[in-house]
Design a protein around this ligand. Structure first.
Ligand SMILES: Nc1ncnc2c1ncn2[C@@H]1O[C@H](COP(=O)(O)OP(=O)(O)OP(=O)(O)O)[C@@H](O)[C@H]1O
Length: 351
């Protein structure tokens, strides 16, 4: 495919703990192109954040990325002739990661307060990042920071830049964090539930802002959320995660119109849709997946009404069932498969 800037292959991230090994991410594969937004959706604990922390070199020991994993990022940061090349971030030394993180890959996290230092002004925090990564003077960095604050919709940026984080509202703080994420003009912006802590109106504004900025800054974006309606709003391509495992990956339209994985079907049947009248909210039946020393089988197996003997014996590989539509399942749902929603969901009265 053209313009691929990130090519993740078979990436697994594990955490040894006293009781065994938490297999937080298992064999995740995807590509991200310039200008593309990849959404990663999954319930809490499904491995979304660990996956992105792995890409950003933020897995702390004893956690580790397995040696089969590859995280190929296109950059000229380390090349001798200035040409772009694919560098495997899974093998990059921590000291070299500071040349990637914040510079070529920007980040926006869920809680803006945890990303901002309450003791320093916005100017201190933005200028420091810009000066650290770019070869510019403090005056130039300040100019750039003011322009960024303007781009993310902070009024009077030349004055507000000298304020402290507590002087901004929650929505404004998230805008500031987005400005910091963008401050070095990254090729990729990773956003981990950036709107979760905000109220609904502000959420919609921030989503719009992220979409506009992506076009303006010509970046690839990875957007993590547990909320399918947010994914529908921002993503071109989606990965559905469950139990640390990538169950399905396809474009946003196919995901909603023709999902093939039984888990995706169950997930979609749990959300209220305005085109279908639902009187009930439908949680998925059964226990959440085992993350500690899981058997090498599909994590949805204990809850799946389509499971066969093969599922109880073999690990399903990620397979391309149609062009650019990948699933990890031996029994994909097709147009002719009867859909057993009642077998996979618990019907409870809606609030
Ligand atoms: N440092 C760690 N040590 C041990 N287990 C960990 C560690 N960090 C994460 N995990 C485990 O890895 C799994 C995946 O966690 P992760 O934070 O990626 O989930 P998530 O999908 O991002 O969920 P959320 O939406 O709640 O952030 C969870 O079972 C979590 O408990």
């Amino acid at each position: 495919m053209n313009d691929i800037i990130l090519d993740v292959r078979n990436m697994s991230t594990h955490f040894p703990v006293a009781e065994g090994t938490v297999k937080a991410v298992n064999q995740l594969s995807f590509t991200l192109s310039k200008n593309e937004t990849l959404g990663i959706v999954g319930e809490t604990g499904s491995g979304k954040s660990v996956a992105m922390k792995s890409v950003m070199g933020m897995i702390k020991s004893p956690g580790y990325i397995t040696k089969e994993s590859q995280i190929l990022f296109k950059t000229n940061e380390f090349s001798k002739d200035g040409k772009e090349e694919f560098v495997d971030l899974a093998k990059l030394k921590q000291k070299d990661f500071t040349r990637i993180r914040g510079k070529h890959i920007g980040m926006v996290f869920q809680d803006p307060m945890s990303s901002l230092n309450p003791m320093f002004t916005i100017a201190d925090q933005m200028i420091e990042t810009i000066v650290f990564h770019q070869n510019v003077s403090i005056e130039e960095a300040r100019e750039r920071a003011i322009k960024l604050l303007d781009d993310v919709g902070i009024a009077n940026p030349a004055e507000r830049i000298d304020d402290f984080p507590f002087q901004f509202s929650g929505g404004q703080r998230q805008r500031v964090v987005i400005a910091i994420g963008l401050s070095c003009n990254p090729e990729i912006l990773i956003a981990d539930e950036p709107t979760t802590a905000l109220d609904v109106t502000i959420q919609a504004q921030i989503l719009e802002l992220m979409k506009d900025l992506q076009k303006e800054y010509d970046m690839g974006m990875i957007y993590i959320t547990h909320d399918l309606s947010v994914i529908a709003e921002v993503a071109d391509k989606v990965i559905v995660m469950y139990g640390g495992t990538q169950m399905e990956m396809t474009d946003i339209y196919t995901l909603f119109e023709k999902p093939r994985h039984p888990y995706t079907h169950a997930l979609l049947s749990c959300i209220p849709r305005h085109d279908i009248k639902v009187d009930l909210l439908n949680p998925i039946k059964g226990q959440p997946p085992v993350m500690l020393d899981p058997p090498p089988l599909c994590p949805f197996l204990p809850r799946c009404p389509y499971a066969t003997d093969k599922c109880r014996k073999e690990w399903p590989e990620l397979t391309e069932v149609e062009e650019n539509h990948y699933i990890r399942c031996f029994n994909p749902i097709s147009d002719t498969t009867p859909v057993h929603y009642d077998d996979v969901i618990d019907k409870k009265e809606a609030l």
